[in-house]
Design a protein around this ligand. Structure first.
Ligand SMILES: NC(=O)c1ccc[n+]([C@@H]2O[C@H](COP(=O)([O-])OP(=O)(O)OC[C@H]3O[C@@H](n4cnc5c(N)ncnc54)[C@H](OP(=O)(O)O)[C@@H]3O)[C@@H](O)[C@H]2O)c1
Length: 281
């Protein structure tokens, strides 16, 4: 277990969704390598078992969908360290399926994690940061929100909402010395494809969209192809940007990040043409 006296001068970084194999876990290791005290959280400690005996990490179970869980974890962090310097809202879920037929409950659940989960964390942590007039809030968005394609509209729109919330928060929280950063990953190796397929297997059979079944399933793994960026590489660059005295408002890195930035500026008819071809829509 970490000794809080040893960590008093280190930045205290709280990260959500740190299961092994994902971006959160890679970020946790990269912050620790940069002399930060890391509060690594996930829904179940068993998914962070490899960090258990490393004294650089303070592990907590935290489900971003639950008020109680967030309060309990944050109380433990404040009791141990007295503060949070950096909050990284990394926890997120993919949701694959055609918007006209995806059950509303699946869309709501996606927003509960990706949008309201992040806001729940922010509302819990901001009072502590505002009191000290310093802190950094990092929201993990996605390049997919820069050019919405077919088959993952629930996820993409939730990330677009998060981008928008991030822009608002940056302005509102600047009065309290809190920097707000939108981290926008490209295609990064993680568990997201496997998790997406596990959820997809619980979807009802498509009616109108049955002929597109193979293309829809493929969307789950779109970010997990051979050229995808290793999560360690992504984490190293991202952490360097976040730890700057003046962090950027927007930081995008990884396979497809440049391509999607270009897509964002294309006329919609050209963008639609490209996305229809790429996603077999
Ligand atoms: N990989 C990419 O190419 C990519 C691209 C753009 C954006 N992103 C974003 O990057 C972030 C990390 O995703 P990833 O790619 O590393 O996927 P991942 O490997 O599936 O990791 C997602 C993490 O979020 C956690 N999580 C899900 N629901 C949660 C909840 N209610 N409370 C707390 N934690 C929860 C998962 O926990 P469990 O292990 O318990 O499920 C897991 O630890 C996400 O916000 C994702 O949208 C990823």
């Amino acid at each position: 277990m970490m000794d809080p006296r040893e960590d008093i001068n280190k930045p205290i970084v709280l990260i959500t969704g740190c299961s092994e194999g994902g971006i959160g876990h890679a970020l946790a290791r990269a912050f620790a390598a940069n002399k930060c005290a890391v509060v690594a959280t996930s829904r179940s400690r068993s998914t962070m078992a490899d960090l258990e005996h490393d004294t650089r990490f303070f592990l907590q179970e935290l489900d971003v969908k639950s008020d109680d869980s967030v309060r309990r974890a944050l109380d433990a962090v404040i009791a141990h360290f007295g503060r949070v310097d950096v909050l990284v809202n990394n926890a997120g879920v993919q949701c694959v399926g055609p918007l006209p037929e995806v059950p509303l409950s699946a869309i709501q659940s996606t927003y509960e994690t990706n949008v309201f989960g992040a806001l729940r964390m922010i509302q819990a942590v901001v009072p502590h940061m505002a009191k000290r007039k310093q802190g950094k809030i990092v929201n993990v968005g996605s390049v997919t929100a820069m050019a919405s394609g077919p088959w993952s509209g629930a996820y993409t729109s939730s990330k677009a909402a998060l981008h928008s919330l991030t822009d608002t928060l940056r302005l509102e929280l600047s009065h309290f010395g809190i920097d707000v950063v939108n981290v926008v990953p490209g295609a990064i190796k993680s568990n997201i494809g496997n998790s997406a397929i596990a959820s997809y297997d619980h979807m009802p059979e498509w009616d109108l969209f049955k002929p597109f079944e193979a293309a829809i399933r493929d969307r789950a793994y779109f970010s997990q192809k051979t050229k995808s960026t290793p999560n360690d590489e992504f984490a190293k660059h991202t952490v360097a940007a976040i730890l700057k005295k003046k962090p950027p408002a927007w930081f995008s890195y990884g396979h497809y990040s440049t391509a999607m930035a270009i897509m964002y500026h294309l006329p919609l008819c050209v963008r639609d043409f490209i996305l229809k071809k790429a996603m077999k829509c």
